[in-house]
Ligand binder design. Structure first.
Ligand code: SF4
Length: 311
């Protein structure tokens, strides 16, 4: 079967929505994490080193407006007409008093080049009060919330010190739905204690919730994390994906995902200085080219084997 693209790419959906290429600008808006400061837990999730996913312009540029300016300088020369979403990526962007959340969101939205906002957060820290505010905001601009679900397996969530169970994620997604907010769910594939089949079934389950975006990536062991210590002490407890194995995993998953859900990413590559394993040495666009090839080889496409009702 001849297909232009064999899965729904969320960036294509954004392009359709805005009539232009859309770039998310990662902003460190000064939020913290309740799984580090004692409110939910201490020490954080065992896999987490939050600094490993902050781009350079966000580490060095100062306040929200300055980071937006720096991000636009960084990306703008290649695509001068693109639109921008402010992406509050670091820590938990709904973990602050309402007045603080509003001030930070509104500072970002007051920037003339910003067309919307995306908040990355934990599902246990997104009360209705925040969702009510975002619902109002969504009447005038693009608003997205990305929930870190990470796994649907409660034993796995406990072992990585996540501090919430899967049911909390489902509840947050359901409470956020029907409000005009674009809902994303983030999953890590390959956490210790979760078989590939469990991860596959978990991702299918999450994709059948009322979400718009699915963000996946392979488990990476990052330097100076608790998981790194665990990995060094007992590597036999980890089954890290080879690139080929992960491509095969995605070839099983993608046909089971409803076509209305957009994929925002399949892989993540933390900077080489942070990464312990697995070292695939491949750029994201090279990985997606390989994925396209394997889907073509097996003649698979998103939704091919979906037997659950579409939302
Ligand atoms: S992954 Fe998120 S919730 Fe977990 S410790 Fe890091 S910032 Fe906190």
């Amino acid at each position: 079967m001849e297909l232009k693209r064999r899965y729904t790419n969320f960036s294509d959906k954004l392009k359709e929505l805005f009539g232009a290429r859309v770039q998310k600008l990662s902003i460190d808006a000064g939020f913290t994490c309740p799984n580090r400061d004692g409110r939910v837990g201490v020490g954080g999730c065992t896999f987490c080193d939050n600094s490993s996913f902050s781009p350079d312009y966000c580490r060095t540029a100062g306040g929200i407006t300055e980071q937006i300016d720096a991000g636009i300088t960084f990306f703008g020369s290649k695509y001068p007409n693109q639109k921008y979403l402010a992406y509050f990526q670091n820590y938990s962007a709904t973990y602050a008093p309402m007045s603080v959340i509003k001030a930070r969101v509104e500072e970002a939205l007051s920037h003339p080049k910003i067309s919307g906002i995306v908040l990355g957060t934990r599902p246990d820290i997104c009360p209705d009060e925040v969702l009510d505010y975002l619902e109002e905001l969504a009447k005038g601009c693009y608003v997205g919330v990305e929930f870190g679900v990470e796994s649907t397996n409660n034993a796995v969530l406990k072992s990585v010190n996540r501090g919430h169970d899967y049911e909390v994620s489902e509840d947050a997604i359901l409470r956020a739905s029907g409000r005009g907010i674009y809902i994303g769910a983030h999953l890590i594939i390959g956490l210790p204690g979760e078989s590939q089949e469990e991860a596959l079934q978990g991702a299918i389950k999450v994709a059948n919730l009322p979400i718009d975006v699915l963000k996946l990536h392979q488990l990476q062991i990052i330097k100076n994390t608790r998981m790194c210590d665990e990995f060094k002490a007992s590597p036999e407890n980890f089954e890290l994906f080879t690139m080929e194995g992960y491509l095969e995993f995605l070839a099983k998953l993608i046909p089971m995902i409803p076509a209305n859900v957009g994929f925002e990413r399949f892989v993540n590559q933390v900077p080489p200085g942070y990464l312990v394993a697995p070292k695939w040495g491949i750029k994201n666009h090279e990985f997606t080219a390989k994925l396209d090839k394997i889907l073509e080889k097996y003649d698979l496409w998103q939704g091919k084997f979906t037997n659950m009702p579409q939302k």
